[in-house]
Design a protein around this ligand. Structure first.
Ligand SMILES: C[S@@+](CC[C@H](N)C(=O)[O-])C[C@H]1O[C@@H](n2cnc3c(N)ncnc32)[C@H](O)[C@@H]1O
Length: 538
């Protein structure tokens, strides 16, 4: 006979409590892959598992950990293969790499939506072979072409591997990001200019009340959030639906507003600009706008052109982080916000920014650190991203204008092959994602020349134009390639149009590598794969 509550008692007895360190060791064995203590802390922080005990002696339950891992991780490979087919090349998921590695050194110099991970480029360019990649395609000294160079991932990896790269992008700002990543700087000059501008910005700020206002606001938020959104209990309860997040968040947001408004009044903070005509008018508070204009003017005084370019990129990265948007809408701007708000991403009341100083200082340090790291890995090779339309650009002619020595080598040697990820039909507007930078620097926008932008949709006509666009790029680029070229195009070809593209360009698909894409957002756990099409001449 079973006594009342016997099952419960048994469960409690079999469940073990681990310290964070023990939990990481257990999970490492259980999953057969390294689970660090910070991985465990992350699970607690984000309310996936509960923390028992206090900070000094935090413990977690083995049963809860096991349930978590059973629910999602580990199972993914089997599940995805069921959905996407056995030829899914799990090695190409690169899931053993931490985020710090997939965004290593200069790859995270500036945000850019739609880049591929460097390990993928490396896989195809380097000299290893395996069960899937049975041949080496590129060698040191070869020239690689990326006709959709974007933020320059191919250039950076080719530079590490001792290959030259010609990039092309229709967006002038994208080409600038790419070129800034591979450029060799005099880092002493860069650092000296950064110091000068930071000092000037601090001086500029000492005349305003914004820093004091932010300090007080942060303190008030800290107290409020500690009281109503304790970490990690609040998120834990939300996950388990013990709190109605929407209702509670809205209530608390409203409750904090009078405190915010009072501070705004005390410090005479101007939340909006008088005009809203340009991006820079609409998406920044008056104080931030003044600081942006101030720093930009300081940048204009820099004599060293290379330092000027990279510091412009830092300013661009800074102002992107300072747009008047909620944390949740950073990628897709909705409406400018001017007050504190409940932030579902962080599970507390957050605030917009009122000064660029913090991000400016963070990004200046981060950029110099990343440039130094890349300096140790780079090879003495040519890398250049041209601004132009890959359907029509005279590649060697334009290169001649920018780098005659590289153009001479390219004419002599020709291009060995292509590694690129084209835009896809109706997914991203590549100019619009950096609207702030176009507005600030005044680069010419060529939105109309983008192949398959989001704003042109996914209609039948849009697809036909897309096919024609990519075909035209391949035909144009072919003129500059060696006869026995290899082309690798990364695409999530859900409309199955790449076979037509290859055919229309007079080429053939000789192989397809199917790669699982794991590092997607928390919300979207669906199986998703990309294909790397290997294309050759007929
Ligand atoms: C998928 S992204 C490439 C991202 C890149 N692989 C990276 O890692 O940063 C595609 C790029 O193609 C560019 N593009 C679109 N139409 C183009 C055209 N007609 N000529 C050249 N580039 C174009 C877009 O501006 C965008 O940067």
């Amino acid at each position: 006979m079973k006594l009342k509550g016997e099952g419960e008692i048994k469960m409690i007895r079999t469940d073990k409590l681990f310290t964070i360190k023990e939990a990481s060791e257990w999970a490492t064995k259980y999953l057969g892959k390294t689970v660090t203590t910070s991985n465990i802390s992350y699970l607690i922080q984000y309310g996936r598992i509960k923390k028992n005990g206090d900070n000094g002696m935090a413990q977690v339950s083995q049963q809860e950990l096991m349930n978590y891992y059973k629910s999602y991780n580990g199972k993914r490979e089997i599940l995805w293969k069921d959905q996407l087919g056995e030829d899914l090349n799990w090695a190409l998921s690169f899931d053993q790499y931490k985020e710090a590695e997939t965004t290593k050194h200069v790859h995270r110099l500036h945000p850019y939506k739609g880049k591929f991970i460097p390990q993928l480029v490396e896989y195809f360019l380097d000299s290893h072979t395996d069960n899937f990649k049975k041949q080496i395609y590129f060698k040191r000294g070869d020239i690689v072409l990326d006709p959709f160079a974007g933020s320059g991932t191919t250039m950076v990896q080719a530079c590490e591997l001792g290959m030259h790269t010609i990039g092309i992008d229709v967006s002038a700002f994208n080409a600038l990001i790419g070129n800034c990543k591979v450029w060799k700087y005099n880092l002493d000059t860069v650092q000296a200019e950064i110091n000068r501008i930071t000092k000037a910005l601090r001086g500029f700020l000492s005349n305003s009340h914004t820093l004091e206002f932010e300090e007080n606001l942060l303190q008030a938020l800290y107290e409020f959030n500690n009281k109503y959104f304790p970490v990690p209990e609040y998120k834990y309860k939300v996950k388990r639906r013990q709190i109605n997040e929407g209702k509670y968040g809205a209530e608390k947001e409203k409750e904090f507003l009078p405190i915010f408004n009072k501070l705004v009044k005390t410090y005479d903070i101007k939340l909006k600009q008088d005009k809203a005509d340009r991006f820079l008018d609409k998406w920044y508070s008056q104080h931030i706008r003044d600081e942006i204009d101030f720093v930009f003017n300081e940048i204009k005084k820099i004599k060293d052109a290379d330092a000027k370019r990279i510091i412009s990129i830092i300013l661009s990265r800074t102002i992107r982080s300072c747009r008047a948007t909620t944390h949740a809408d950073l990628a897709t701007l909705v409406e400018p916000i001017t007050a504190t708000y409940y932030c579902a991403k962080h599970g507390k009341v957050c605030k917009p920014l009122f000064s660029i100083l913090k991000w400016w200082e963070t990004y200046t340090k981060d950029t110099v650190k990343r440039l130094l790291q890349f300096d140790k890995l780079r090879t003495q090779t040519f890398q250049f991203s041209l601004t132009g339309d890959s359907r029509t650009i005279d590649i060697f002619g334009e290169l001649e204008k920018k780098n005659p020595a590289f153009a001479e080598l390219a004419r002599k040697q020709k291009i060995r092959g292509i590694f690129s990820s084209p835009p896809y039909v109706g997914l991203i507007d590549y100019h619009e994602q950096h609207a702030y930078a176009y507005d600030l620097f005044g680069f010419k926008r060529e939105d109309d020349l983008e192949i398959g932008p989001l704003y042109k949709g996914q209609s039948k006509e849009a697809k036909q134009n897309y096919v024609q666009g990519i075909v035209d790029v391949l035909i144009n680029c072919k003129k500059y390639l060696v006869d026995d070229y290899d082309i690798f195009l990364v695409a999530n070809d859900k409309h199955n149009i790449y076979p037509t593209i290859a055919e229309d360009a007079g080429m053939q698909i000789v192989n397809q590598f199917m790669r699982p894409v794991l590092n997607r957002t928390e919300k979207d756990k669906s199986a998703y794969s990309e294909i790397i099409f290997h294309i050759k001449g007929k």
